[in-house]
Every structure is written in C-alpha cells, then in structure tokens.
Design a protein around this ligand. Structure first.
Ligand code: HEM
Length: 517
C-alpha cells in the first residue's frame, strides 16, 4: 500500500498520528521556562504530587528537608495535575512579595474561599490595593498602640474575669486540675476581644454566644480544593462545618451588635469620640461607606481572627512552659521582681524574658504555618541566594508567570536547621544572646513571619501581643503548670492545631495539669 493509499483509507488515524507527532516535536523544541528548570524534590506521586507528603506529615517537616536538599527556592508538584507550586524561603524574595508587591500577589484560589468561609469577606479577604487600603484605613485607628494603651484597663479586666474562674475551677479540683488549656485561653481572648473591640460582654466566655463561637470546630482542609475550588460550595459537612463559628456570629451576636446602630446617632461625632472597632464600623455603615453585609463580614472577621490565633499561641506557650519548669520559674521570677503592674511600654522593653518566651513560641508555632499567594501578573523575583537550574545556569532573579502559586512555609523557615540552633527545642534564651545573623532571617516582626509582613501583615499585632502578655502574666502569678506526659501531634487545619495522640475525641487540645500557687 502506498502512502497516498494509507492516507485515503485511514484519514482520521493519519491526522491523529500527525497531530501527536507535531505535539511531541513542539514540546521537545519549546524552550523550557525558568520555573520548569527549578529544582524539584524526588518522590512526587502521580496523583497527589508532593502535596500528600506536605499535608500528611508534621507541618513544615517535608519543606525543611527539601530546603536543606534544594535551597531557598524550588518547586513541588501539585495534586491532581495542577501547575507546580513555587516554594520560597529566600528572605529577599519573601520581602519583595509581601512588602513591595503584595497587591500583585492575591490569596490563592484555595485560601480565599477558606477565609470567606471561616472568617468572612472582611479585611483578610478583600483584594486589590484601593479596596484593601480603604478597609484597612477604616479599621486601623482602632488597633494602634495608642488605642491599645487606652484599652489596657479593659483588657486586664477581661483577662482577670477568666483567670478568676480558672482559679475557682482549680480550687474545686482540690488545687490541682487536668485541663485543656485551650479552653481557658480561648475564653480569655474571646472575652477581651468582646470587651475592647465590640463593647460586648461574653461573660468570661460563658455566654450562649461565646459557647457557639468557641465550639465552632475547624476541620482539616481537603487537598482536592486546590484543583477543584468549586467544591468549596458543596454541602459537604467537613467543608461547611469549618464556617460554624462565623455562621454563629452572623446569626447571633452580629445582629445584636448591629441593633446598636440606632444608638450611633451622629456618625461623625461617634467616630471621633469612640475609637473602638465596633463604633468605627457602625459609623461607616451609617455614613453609607459599607453595606450591612460588609458590616457583618467585618464583625465575624475580627471576632474570629482576633481570638483564634491568640488562643492557640498562648496555649502553646503554656504547654511548653509545663514541659520546661526551669523556663517557667525564670519567667515567674522576672514578673515577680517587676516593681509595678507592667504598662504597655514596660511589656515592650522592661520584661525581656517574657518577650523572649512569646517570640520563641511564635517562632516554633506560627498560627499560620504556610502563607500561600498567587501571582496576578508575570514578575521577576529577586533572590538573596542564587538557584541552580537544571540546564546548569545559576540565576539570582526568578521569572515567574501570571497564575503562579507561591507558598512561603513560615514554620519551616522558622525552624530551618541551617539557621536556628536546635530548632525544635523551646529555648527563649536564644532571643537574648544567641540569635542567628539578621541577614539570614526574614524581615517580619521579630525576624519571623508569625504576623506576616508588609501592608497586609496582621493588623491586630499590637492588641494580640499586649493581651498575650497580660494573660500570661496573670497565669504565671496564680498557677504553676505541669506536664501531663500526654504526647501531642501538630496538624494544619486553617491554622496550626495540636491534637493528643490516640485521643481524637478531645478535638484540638493542649493538656496540662494546673496547680494553684
Ligand atoms: C498571636 C495572635 C495573632 C497571630 C499569630 C496573627 C497572625 C496573622 C497573620 C500571619 C496574618 C496574615 C494572614 C495572611 O496573609 O493571609 C494576619 C492577618 C490579620 N489578622 Fe492577625 N494574628 C493574631 C492576632 C490578631 C488579632 C488580635 C486581630 C484583631 C483584633 C487580628 C486580625 C487580623 C486581620 C483582620 C488580618 C488581615 C489583615 C489584612 O489582610 O490586611 N489578628 N494575622
């Protein structure tokens, strides 16, 4: 049979064959992009890429291994054939993304629906420079250091209400009780957030509203969501139950708070006289600057973002102090020796060991272990440490395409073996006299990414750190904490969570034994 006869007899088969040959030839001839030549770890699975390894292991562990093998910029294979993910630990590239170009790097299509579901479509969700700056400007004045100083009496009172209740609880248990410390740090931070940001009394975390919020349980994120974000909207309990706390706020307390709208008669005057968050939001609503829906979304954003992260972080501090009685005694001693009730400024400069304990906790246990963004435009990332590409080239600038997902693994960076000595050991002393050279470190708060960095860093940072130290101070004054010898493991839900080994029924938990002093 001649070629002409073959074509005539099997035209479709021949056309398909020609198309495959052309596709393969083009693929071979096409120049590979820099991203495609970045190092990639071994061990990708065909269906899950490297994502299963990342999510099934202790948070940060896989990234740490790959950083030590491949350097500060590499790619991993995403699940279900999604485009490779760029993993960045390079301080120069991170500062470029988070500080200089943050408005070109939106929350990714996995993260953004999760923020909407868990917190609301508030400040943490909004994208675009103009809109984000508008919202940040609206709420920012409520969270300045001046305003936190002004609220310090309320913050102390809110903390004490819960500390008194814990005292009663321990007395009732014959002066030594086994507790999940998250139950108590949760009540304390929610109580404070209610009092100072929303002029609302959560009754030491015992009101009906408080209980609904505190029991709004968070489950693990499904890896499928990266490839098929539409699944976010399906009525799957594991997905939708993540929003329980937000729904409870919208249908309960937000209504009650907004009813006070009527009391804000003169919006301008109110905004000037009252600098609390709720009044600022209500005044903006009264002026028509934000819709009623936006008002609700902001309320849930601030209640949840304001207490959830601080609850977990404080819990990790107490857990580590229980395991390190020497550190606990040293901290107690520093506080005992301090001649007065510490002020906001004292906490900043006069209590170095307390400060070191907080920094060490947030280094080891950043509430948001991975920061995930997507490049909205093509870009070129500057690198501090050049990378070796698979074609032998060494580059100190990394071109990336629009649509590139970038993961900044904060927990791995903050426990990076080549930078931090004994990275998995809780050792506050390192902050006083044993810090790595600053050029190796990122440029966020305390050279960590615990509060992210740049124009979209944590707006509640000052309130968070002040309430953190106030609650910790009271806990040290009243109680001694002991290790229960129960093992925990870490996992990532929306934030970093601790669970007790073989005790899933406890939910997220950090068990300690508490003794009255
Ligand atoms: C220890 C406590 C806290 C930690 C570790 C923490 C951490 C963070 C981090 C890492 C981000 C960046 C998130 C991202 O890039 O997607 C963030 C943003 C945010 N945080 Fe916090 N946070 C804490 C406490 C608070 C408090 C007390 C409030 C409010 C009263 C708050 C409100 C917010 C809001 C609204 C944003 C979004 C900011 C924006 O996008 O402009 N946080 N926080």
């Amino acid at each position: 049979m001649t070629l002409a006869e073959v074509i005539e007899s099997y035209p479709y088969l021949v056309a398909a064959g020609a198309a495959i040959v052309a596709w393969l030839t083009l693929g071979l001839l096409r120049r590979r992009t820099t991203m495609e030549m970045l190092p990639v770890p071994d061990g990708a699975e065909w269906l899950f890429g490297h994502e299963k390894t990342v999510f099934m292991n202790t948070p940060g562990v896989a990234y740490r291994k790959w950083i030590s093998q491949l350097g500060l910029a590499f790619r991993i294979k995403a699940a279900f054939g999604a485009r490779d993910i760029l993993v960045l630990s390079d301080p120069t590239a991170i500062a470029y993304v988070l500080q200089k170009r943050i408005y070109d790097y939106h929350h990714s299509h996995v993260v953004r629906p999760r923020i909407a579901r868990l917190l609301g479509k508030g400040l943490g969700w909004v994208e675009g420079e103009a809109e984000h700056k508008r919202m940040r400007h609206l709420v920012g004045p409520a969270l300045t250091s001046e305003n936190v100083k002004r609220m310090s009496g309320e913050i102390r009172a809110g903390a004490l209400q819960v500390i008194d209740e814990l005292t009663g609880h321990v007395q009732g248990a014959k002066d030594s009780a086994f507790v999940n410390i998250l139950d108590w740090t949760g009540k304390a931070t929610l109580n404070i957030t209610g009092r100072v940001a929303f002029l609302h009394d959560f009754k030491a975390g015992n009101s009906e509203h408080a209980e609904q919020i505190l029991t709004g349980r968070r489950q693990g994120t499904l890896m499928l969501l990266r490839r098929f974000p539409l699944l976010n909207d399906l009525p799957i309990p594991a997905i939708q139950s993540q929003g329980a706390a937000k729904m409870a706020i919208h249908s309960g307390i937000a209504n009650e708070l907004v009813r006070r709208d009527r009391d804000v008669l003169d919006a301008e005057a109110a905004a000037q006289q009252h600098k609390d968050l709720l009044t600022r939001l209500l005044a903006a609503h009264a002026k028509g600057d934000i819709s009623k829906e936006e008002l609700y979304e902001q309320i849930s954003t601030f209640i949840i973002a304001g207490h959830e992260t601080t609850t977990q972080s404080l819990g990790f501090t107490i857990f580590e102090l229980a395991r390190h009685p020497d550190v606990q005694e040293k901290l107690r001693e520093e506080l005992k020796q301090f001649p007065r009730e510490p002020t906001y400024d004292d906490y900043q400069t006069q209590l170095p060991y307390l400060d070191a304990v907080v920094k060490e906790t947030l280094r080891m246990y950043p509430a948001l272990p991975y920061i995930e963004r997507i490049a909205m435009k093509e870009d070129v990332l500057p690198l501090r440490e050049p990378v070796h590409l698979s074609n032998g080239q060494v580059v100190s600038h990394l071109p990336i395409p629009a649509g590139q997902v970038v993961v900044i693994p904060a927990i791995a960076i903050q426990r990076q073996d080549s930078i931090w000595k004994d990275p998995d050991v809780f050792r506050p002393e390192r902050w006083l006299n044993d810090m790595p050279p600053s050029e190796q470190l990122v440029s966020g708060w305390a050279h960590t990414l615990a509060f992210s960095d740049g124009p979209r860093n944590c707006i509640g940072l000052r309130l968070a750190l002040f309430q953190y130290k106030v609650i910790l101070q009271y806990l040290m004054e009243r109680f001694r904490f002991h290790d229960t010898e129960l093992d925990i493991f870490l996992k990532i839900s929306s934030s970093l969570q601790a669970w007790v080994v073989d005790r899933p029924e406890l939910g997220p938990a950090l068990p300690v034994r508490v003794e009255l002093l």
